[in-house]
Design a protein around this ligand. Structure first.
Ligand SMILES: Cc1cc2nc3c(=O)[nH]c(=O)nc-3n(C[C@H](O)[C@H](O)[C@H](O)COP(=O)(O)O)c2cc1C
Length: 339
């Protein structure tokens, strides 16, 4: 099985919504929601690839060679890889229904567990998506992070109880879903989350709580003050607000504002081990990848997910070798130049 074979197979089954472009950059699918594109003019998606390509890495081969360690500590556990599968839902609405959400979620959770990581899983206006995500996580020994919508407090807390029962690693919450067109179309819009409500949710569970869709240093500090374990710097794949900057471009100022108080995840347009390196250098502790994993799953199921993860990991190791980084702690702003 090669990358090309997996991507060719995916291309033969995924149309018309996802064209499986040679580079997944948001150009062909711009404005397509439902679908896989960025909202409106699509710029909040396309800017991710544009910005990442401006981050150049600095070669350094004058150092004592040794083992390259790509492990990251999260939730009191050690993972061999610092990148994970982002929550993606709507195999029917956003993609073409070639596979069901339940099938896709199982591939995600099992594939990432096998590859040494874990998968975030999504939530939606319809109940099945959230429900279908919990059994695979439970079967995988809890290796998953359900990402719930910021529903009213009663529904949100019920979701959290269900997530605790599944033994999941943590709870994420895509607070940026206020801009989610699918929720509005389903007549189930959600509201922003106040700092007081966030602190209440954090205090209601022993699980680490991770808001997703934090884009400013100010909001990141509020999340840290509310007791969040971490944040996901994300623009929801450019799907909730036109003219958002690339999330990774916000990392330096967010990191400067919160220091090591919280873990920082980031996503948006990450397509290679080089991109993972760039995000870590800009200030992330870990990275999420979304759309390419859906392609990998359509091309070769769970094995596609494992294959793609190994590919990204090998690329990351190559960049670390060439830049004098033996551990993730060595990857910082001194290793890059933004042009
Ligand atoms: C079709 C589609 C569905 C998505 N569904 C969700 C979701 O239910 N919950 C969520 O937090 N993020 C959702 N996202 C956003 C992703 O989790 C992630 O933030 C984004 O896709 C990362 O960018 P990338 O796809 O360029 O790697 C979705 C993205 C896409 C493309």
């Amino acid at each position: 099985m090669t990358y090309q074979e997996i991507w060719d197979k995916a291309r033969s089954v995924m149309g018309p919504n996802c064209r499986v472009c040679p580079e997944c950059n948001g150009k062909a699918c711009k404005g397509e929601i439902p679908g896989v594109g960025g909202i409106g003019d699509g710029s909040s998606f396309t800017v991710c690839r544009e910005y990442l390509s401006r981050v150049k890495v600095l070669m350094d081969l004058v150092y004592e060679p040794g083992e390259i360690d790509t492990s990251v500590e999260l939730f009191g556990r050690k993972f061999g890889i610092p990148f994970f599968l982002a929550p993606i839902g709507g195999m029917n609405g956003n993609y073409n229904g070639y596979m069901t959400d339940a099938e896709f979620l199982k591939m995600c959770v099992d594939g990432m567990a096998e590859a040494g990581g874990f998968s975030f899983t999504p939530d939606a206006p319809y109940e099945e998506l959230f429900r279908d995500s919990l059994p695979p996580i439970k079967e995988a020994g809890g290796l998953g992070v359900p990402t719930v919508k910021p529903w009213d407090t009663e529904k949100l807390l019920q979701r959290i109880r269900d997530i605790e029962a599944a033994g999941a690693l943590a709870v994420a919450c895509d607070i940026d879903s206020c801009g989610n067109r699918m929720l509005r179309m389903a007549g189930k819009p959600v509201l922003p989350m106040s700092p007081a409500r966030m602190a209440g949710v954090v205090g209601s569970t022993k699980l680490p709580f991770i808001p997703k869709g934090v884009m400013t240093a100010e909001a990141a500090v509020k999340c840290a003050d509310a007791g969040c374990y971490g944040i996901i710097v994300s623009s929801h794949g450019g799907r909730v607000l036109e003219n958002s900057p690339a999330p990774c471009s916000m990392l330096p100022e967010i990191r400067a504002a919160v220091g090591d108080r919280i873990k920082i995840f980031v996503d948006g347009g990450v397509r290679s081990g080089m991109d993972v390196f760039r995000c870590l250098a800009l200030g992330a502790d870990a990275v999420l990848i979304g759309r390419p994993y859906v392609v990998a799953a359509h091309g070769a199921g769970k094995d596609g997910i494992v294959f793609y993860t190994k590919k990204i990991l090998e690329e990351l190791k190559d960049v670390m070798l060439m830049t004098g980084c033996k551990t993730l702690a060595d990857i910082d702003m001194s290793k890059i130049r933004i042009e």
